[in-house]
Design a protein around this ligand. Sequence first.
Ligand code: ATP
Length: 236
Amino acid sequence: MLELSGIDAFYGRSQALFGMSLSVEAGQVVSLMGRNGMGKTTTIRSIMGLIDARAGEIRFNGQSLTGLPPYRIAQMGLGLVPEGRQIFPNLTVRENLVATARKSTQKTTPGGHWDLQRVYDLFPRLSERQNSMGDQLSGGEQQMLAIGRALMTNPKLLLLDEATEGLAPLIRTEIWSCLTGLKAVGQAILVIDKNVDALTAICDRHFIVEKGHLVWSGNSTELRANPDIQHQYLGI
Ligand code: ATP
């Protein structure tokens, strides 16, 4: 479904990605891991067209994303939950959800169409808080809202940059169980997070980035069996 091959990305003259590659198949949950500053967010930004890839190719369902503006890439079915969540502070929860909603143009949204009620069913807390302003929400509520907002675009692939960073343990558990539920209905997900236990429980495949290079990929059994890789590249 998503394929990055040989991506080079730069901030000005400083190169952040060196031949980065990864892939996500339909229905898969895939992680992107690595220590701070290694290139995870830059990889997501490259996919979403927020930074130009100067070499290599990014394809989504057979179509090249190279050179397309971010809104076109989103329209093709990529739904981003960005680092820092970027909730609209001066809109209510409900307004945040409907502001960027998009009806599925084809009947291909995994698990069926997303609307306000389905998001409220997934996160009842958002229903209770639907008239609260974005800047009145807790971190956990903001992350639920960011996920709900991405789902309201009816994405074929959901991308989460730091799924549970900075959240309380109970909220983290709720986010992981939400992602497990999404996987169960066939939603493809590319997720960045630091919790290896949670990631190996849910993900089909893992990609590890170090200083802008892809250094390892494999499945959960292989990652669990490889403490050296975890120590060397994830600092565990
Ligand atoms: P984190 O877990 O801290 O978010 P990351 O793996 O997502 O880390 P990136 O944010 O992709 O890392 O950063 C990769 C490299 O690019 C780092 O060396 C970082 O300093 C650099 N970088 C990131 N954003 C910018 C920017 N806007 N301008 C210049 N350099 C940047």
